[in-house]
Design a protein around this ligand. Structure first.
Ligand code: PRP
Ligand code: URA
Length: 201
């Protein structure tokens, strides 16, 4: 995403010397910018508002919005989402990559019903192999979701390519597209383990 404020925040998010407290604030800041961009085309409906001086035309959000953070790291984007879309419904997917194989497994799921009528935003800051996002999107599809938008802070080309093959209808919004993966399937240059840096583990 081309934006000077995203570039500035990404520089400090990537820095291994950035302490946890600042990392959290930066993750939230990048998320706000990303969410503003990814919600740009949501529908609004004409309305009116009484200002202190007169009745004025207004537009209000006219979309059912569901946010689904992927546990754990996606929680770092949820506050930003609810700040911008306070009416959003929230579901959760718990996914964890196996440390040896990097293959994701699902350990928890609680998502609002009737996703057919919603625009669903999947929040996961890291798109590495794409296995986690593909699993989550598949799960959301199984629950009826039609429009899925994945919001991530750092994406690797490998993950983008996997989703283009396995979930071509999903839209990807990424703050940064990095070079690739190392042999442990971590993103390069990346920012390390997002969940560990967010939760001090
Ligand atoms: C991280 C990250 C994504 C996933 C991305 O989660 O938050 O969910 O890895 O990797 P992938 O694209 O190769 O699937 P992790 O499994 O480390 O769990 P955590 O959020 O609990 O730390
Ligand atoms: N998950 C992370 O937190 N970081 C990576 O680089 C890859 C997966």
């Amino acid at each position: 995403m081309a934006h000077p404020l995203v570039d500035d925040a990404m520089a400090r998010l990537r820095d291994q010397a950035t302490p946890c407290e600042e990392f959290r604030a930066l993750a939230r800041r990048v998320s706000v910018l990303l969410i503003a961009e990814a919600t740009r085309d949501l529908p609004t409906a004409e309305s009116f508002v009484e200002t202190p001086l007169e009745r004025a035309p207004a537009r209000r959000l006219a979309a059912r919005v569901v946010a689904v953070p992927v546990l754990r790291a996606g929680l770092g984007m949820l506050d930003a989402f609810l700040e911008l879309v306070p009416s959003a419904e929230v579901g959760y997917f718990g996914l964890e990559r196996n440390e040896t194989t990097a293959v994701a497994r699902r350990y928890y799921e609680k998502v609002p019903k009737d996703l057919q009528s919603a625009t669903t935003f999947l929040l996961d800051p890291m798109l590495a192999t794409g296995g986690s996002a593909a699993l989550a999107i598949d799960g959301l599809r199984g629950l009826g979701a039609r429009q899925v938008r994945l919001l991530c802070i750092v994406a690797a080309p490998e993950g983008v390519a996997l989703l283009e093959r396995q979930a071509p209808d999903a839209t990807i919004h990424a703050a940064a597209l990095d070079r690739g993966l190392n042999d442990k399937k971590y993103i390069l240059p990346g920012l390390g383990d997002f969940g560990d840096r967010l939760f001090k583990t």
